[in-house]
Design a protein around this ligand. Structure first.
Ligand SMILES: [Zn+2]
Ligand SMILES: [Zn+2]
Length: 195
């Protein structure tokens, strides 16, 4: 969660309602500031499955522009067998779409969102950079426990291309690490062709 001057912004709406609702509830106990936004890094369910409950909770969803049609469809679908929060409490989808980059900024916090470019795995991934703390927040791009880093070189290129001075990697999956360590691990376990 990112704490701005007068509001809070969550990073990811994970898995499903059963997971995302407690995350949202917990976030709201951590500060008296209102939780108003959620950044969804990409469309995979472990990052976006809580979309409907986030909408039901009134959060504005920030995501890559190419997710627009898919997210609109997910929110518009009926959910009648076991009605979810959104079925019980219909709300409009508020979307803030990112193309190449978007800076979220007020007087106490700045978070830069970047579209991950030329990635062999997916086309709509957004990663975040917090300049004050030189933190990279990334989803599915690197995890210290992986045996291979198939798109590791691409991730490092993206950080270089954006001229970011990262000190620390905060992954959605995996452990927080110094960026030096991340670079070392990627270079030590390069891509091995599958055949
Ligand atoms: Zn993913
Ligand atoms: Zn994931």
């Amino acid at each position: 969660m990112f704490e701005f001057d007068d509001h809070l912004t969550l990073f990811e709406a994970p898995l499903n309602e059963a997971r995302s609702k407690p995350v949202i509830d917990k976030a709201r106990t951590l500060s008296s500031k209102p939780l108003t936004h959620v950044v969804i890094s990409h469309h995979h369910f472990d990052h976006s499955g809580g979309l409907r409950v986030a909408v039901a909770e009134g959060l504005t969803v920030i995501t890559h522009k190419d997710n627009e049609a898919f997210f609109k469809d997910l929110v518009a679908r009926k959910h009648t067998v076991v009605p979810d929060e959104l079925a019980k409490n219909p709300k409009p989808l508020k979307l803030e779409l990112v193309d190449d980059q978007l800076t979220l900024k007020d007087k106490s916090m700045e978070v830069q969102l970047y579209h991950l470019l030329d990635n062999p795995r997916e086309g709509t991934n957004l990663f975040a950079y917090v300049p004050r703390d030189r933190i990279l927040v990334q989803a599915d791009l690197y995890d210290a426990s992986w045996q291979q880093h198939l798109w590791g070189a691409n991730v490092l290129q993206n950080i270089e291309r954006r001229k970011l001075r990262v000190d620390k990697d905060v992954p959605v999956h995996g452990v927080i690490e110094p960026y030096d360590q991340m670079v070392k691990t990627i270079k030590a376990k390069p891509t091995i062709p599958a055949n």
